[in-house]
Design a binder for this molecule. Structure first.
Ligand code: ZN
Length: 174
């Protein structure tokens, strides 16, 4: 999944929905790619661009750590951002149970280099359009989330369900 607005939509809308820290969730939704792609694409010391930060144990460890350092709301915020990042990435290879399971790493591809050298490659692709749609849904969600009346809440729920249904559809289609 592209980092903006897909991961951001998942993270921010989940944090809003569960009433946990939105800024922490947004940070947590980017950190897995910053660390794992940094280690692989830039420093080239790991075998693949999705590593420990793309595992369920890392979600648990980081959430507990953040909660311990900055309080419960931040801890749950981290959980919302990090967990939804993994959901957004589910369509392709993920070392979900690292380090409990040994993985055969797929052929490595330097995605960061690829994105830098082909900046317009995906700009007008269907994937990008769908990411944009998710961004619009998220904006709608935020718009209605501030109003507490029943009608707004129902619309928020529809937006939220739409984002998740759409995310799952993408996972299913690969
Ligand atoms: Zn990722």
């Amino acid at each position: 999944m592209y980092p903006i607005p897909g991961h951001l939509a998942f993270a921010a809308s989940s944090a809003r929905f569960f009433k946990v820290s939105i800024p922490v969730a947004v940070i947590a939704s980017f950190v897995p790619d910053v660390i794992d792609k940094g280690l692989n694409d830039l420093l080239q010391i790991t075998p693949y661009g999705r590593y420990f930060m793309h595992s369920i144990p890392s979600v648990v460890v980081c959430s507990v750590l953040v909660g311990w350092l900055w309080g419960k709301e931040s801890g749950w915020g981290w959980f919302a951002g990090h967990a939804t990042h993994l959901v957004g990435d589910l369509g392709s290879f993920l070392p979900l149970w690292m380090p409990l399971v040994q993985y055969d790493w797929p052929p490595d591809k330097n995605i960061t280099l690829y994105a830098i050298t082909n900046p317009f490659r995906h700009l007008f692709s269907p994937e990008m359009l769908s990411e944009l749609m998710m961004g619009i849904w998220t904006l709608a969600l935020f718009r209605f989330a501030t109003n507490a009346d029943r009608f707004s809440r129902v619309q928020q729920l529809i937006c939220y369900t739409g984002i998740w249904a759409y995310g799952l559809l993408r996972v299913w289609l690969g």
